[in-house]
Design a protein around this ligand. Structure first.
Ligand code: CMC
Length: 422
């Protein structure tokens, strides 16, 4: 069978045959047929906007791999910092590389004092932590004028290091501000997740439970990248204009903020709280199916048409965390919802399964994080995914500034109507 596709323009009879490589054919074929002919593809459902060698996702079979390594193995055996190195560099670090990388990240965790005093302290008292996080990311870039030097690899590497190291600091600062607590400076003797937990919770003496530290690391690994999702696409689109990585990451974080994306973990806990009791689950499911209430948050995915492999790992991690914190009372409602939905033809026929957000919120809540911090917890590790894609984008000779075309459906040209004639 030839690995080609032939497109015929029936208006002109012109034909073009192009190769299909890995299931993809170039849209330039359409341009060759007729440069004024466009493909209508809202939400990029059928469009591969880039080549990427970072993350592999097979939604039908529930497969997720970073640089070829199955997510299950990375979650079981690796650490977030090791995974961050892998995503950025393509290979797992050896012992010396990991030591250097860990040292470098650990020594970039502090942020400029003016960032806290003048920016964070300037927010309204009840500002949402994710709103603070998004704006702080953009503001952070104003402290590093070398960030604009995106053609210089040394400068790019420096910004990547800064962003990965400083996002936990910004995140905890946003939380401490909203809770009215004094800011806790990074403790560079701690691990990456340990330092974050310490900055979040330390009031007087604080001893980190190693099981919670590990759970935090696993959650960071699971959220580190997910190929061309909405946030990463925002990073690539803004990055394609050669904006600095802080501004681009702020755009990516803004996309993540939405309830259909990273905001879903927050929406799940609010939904479970509203349901209130397992007896109310069947009625809630009927409401969802009837389109009266909200969607079943934490269910469904643009790409996964099977159980999200991250959800399986998170469900197990939830039990590890509950051993320390006690069971989250919302767990029973979540389990009942999952069981009910997975045996209901509405969800089965549409291939709607639990996604990464279905159980993560329960863990975060059990660990003491307020619901408003959930998306921030997603953004901390996703920063490395955004940066890995930004780096790949800048090195990709096929890429140019992103600029899709439109299907104009407005009125044709007409003359200005004077006020008296309207
Ligand atoms: N509850 C009820 N029905 C749903 C749901 C849901 N969660 N998700 C999809 N559907 C239905 C939808 O109504 C449609 O039905 P019909 O064909 O009768 O019109 C069908 O399933 C296909 O839905 P879609 O909206 O075309 O699917 P999509 O690929 O555009 O949407 C999604 C993907 C994730 C936005 C959607 O499944 C959703 O809104 N889920 C709830 C929010 C959520 O959990 N988001 C987190 C996603 S994973 C983490 C991340 O990416 O950040």
């Amino acid at each position: 069978m030839p690995e080609t596709i032939t497109i015929t323009d029936d208006r002109t009879g012109k034909q073009i045959t192009v190769p299909i490589t890995d299931g993809v054919f170039p849209a330039s074929a359409v341009r060759e047929l007729d440069p004024s002919l466009y493909i209508y593809d809202p939400a990029y459902m059928q469009t591969a906007a880039c080549k990427s060698s970072i993350t592999y996702l097979d939604g039908d079979n529930g497969v997720l791999r970073y640089r070829g390594y199955p997510i299950e193995q990375l979650a079981a055996k690796s650490t977030y910092l090791e995974v961050a190195y892998l995503l950025l560099n393509g290979e797992l670090p050896d012992a010396a590389q990991l030591a250097t990388w860990t040292y470098e990240v650990t020594n970039h965790t502090y942020i400029h004092e003016n960032m806290r005093k003048r920016f964070v302290d300037g927010f309204h008292y009840d500002a949402h932590p994710m709103g603070m996080f998004v704006s702080s990311l953009a503001a952070l870039g104003t402290f590093y004028n070398d960030a604009k030097d995106i053609d210089d690899k040394a400068s790019r590497d420096k910004q990547i290091l800064r962003l990965i190291a400083k996002t936990p600091t910004l995140a905890s600062m946003a939380y401490r501000f909203s809770a009215g607590l004094p800011f806790v400076y990074p403790d560079n003797d701690l691990s990456f997740p340990g330092n974050f937990l310490n900055m979040m919770w330390k009031v007087g003496e604080y001893n980190i439970d190693p099981r919670l530290e590990r759970a935090m690391d696993v959650l960071f690994i699971l959220h580190a990248d997910h190929e061309q999702n909405c946030g990463t696409t925002a990073m690539r689109i803004v990055g394609s204009s050669h904006a600095d990585p802080y501004t681009s990451a702020a755009a990516a974080a803004s996309a993540l903020y939405g309830p259909l994306h990273g905001g879903a973990n927050e929406a799940v806990v609010r939904m479970l709280t509203d349901i209130g009791h397992i007896d109310n689950v069947p009625a809630f499911i009927e409401e969802v199916k009837g389109g009266k209430g909200s969607r079943l948050m934490g269910f469904g995915h643009r790409v996964y048409k099977n159980y999200d492999p991250r959800a399986t790992i998170i469900k197990k991690t939830a039990y590890d965390v509950f051993e320390v914190t006690g069971k989250n009372p919302l767990l029973d409602i979540a389990l009942k919802l999952e069981e009910t939905a997975l045996s209901d033809p509405y969800f089965v026929d549409r291939k709607l399964y639990p996604n990464v957000d279905f159980y993560s919120g329960l863990i975060y809540q059990a660990m003491g994080f307020p619901v408003s911090m959930f998306t921030v917890l997603f953004a901390i590790p996703r920063t490395v995914g955004w940066l890995a894609h930004w780096q790949e984008l800048l090195g990709d000779k096929d890429q140019k500034i992103s600029r899709p075309r439109q299907w104009y459906t407005g009125v044709e040209a007409r003359d200005y109507t004077p006020m008296a004639g309207r």
